[in-house]
Write a protein that binds this ligand. Sequence first.
Ligand SMILES: Nc1ncnc2c1ncn2[C@@H]1O[C@H](COP(=O)(O)OP(=O)(O)OP(=O)(O)O)[C@@H](O)[C@H]1O
Ligand SMILES: [Mg+2]
Length: 234
Amino acid sequence: MNAVVLDSIGKSYSLGAVGVAALCDIDLEIRSGRLTMIAGASGSGKSTLLNLIGCIDRPDSGRLVVAGQDIARLSDDALSDFRVRHLGFVFQNFNLIPVLTAYENVEYPLLLANASKGHRARRVSELLDAVGLADKAKHRPGQLSGGQRQRVAVARALAASPRIVLADEPTANLDSHTGAAIIALMRRLQQEQGVSFVISSHDPQVLAIGDDVVRIADGRIVNVCRGLGEREAA
Ligand SMILES: Nc1ncnc2c1ncn2[C@@H]1O[C@H](COP(=O)(O)OP(=O)(O)OP(=O)(O)O)[C@@H](O)[C@H]1O
Ligand SMILES: [Mg+2]
């Protein structure tokens, strides 16, 4: 089973009168229940690719299937609903809501998904525990370190039990030691929660943890390396 299938996907941005091709002819299968890395230099198209997979943006051409759903068949409203129900996001800048506590930030996607109060309380406590922040539940983002903020963001991304979690350079704003801890945390939770993770990075330390590594350059796939994590585990 594949978490995501991209079939001849193209995406350009218009800059004034000219179009800038950000992705060309992308054919890719992203496996379910794995940690897939998207690697490439600055400007290679990593964020553009994650934004398409995350249904934040739509492709110009080709067929995109996310968690079994052909995205082209969904209206914009249905696509937003699909995103809330099936996808989780971790951002480079954490993107936590500053006026909410760590607890409330993790609870937020569960409120959007209309989860019951009891389920919300159980799920938030379980995830704050899993990311080692049970004692920081009442802290606001401004009262947490960068690494702690990103741990809250990882818990939030998993809260509504998504099928796929997307993370665009999640360690870029962290020192390398903290970044390594966040990636190890993502690896552990990806396995414990049985969810698919797709992470972009250009940091070799981060890329090394992936099961599969997809390398892109100038908007094209140059190499797909599969089964790296499994080989190590064997
Ligand atoms: N909104 C936009 N308008 C015009 N061009 C854009 C836009 N967003 C991205 N691009 C262009 O598309 C290409 C791919 O950009 P993208 O942001 O996907 O790269 P990236 O691999 O994520 O880079 P980085 O590592 O710096 O984040 C680049 O050439 C970029 O200049
Ligand atoms: Mg980017």
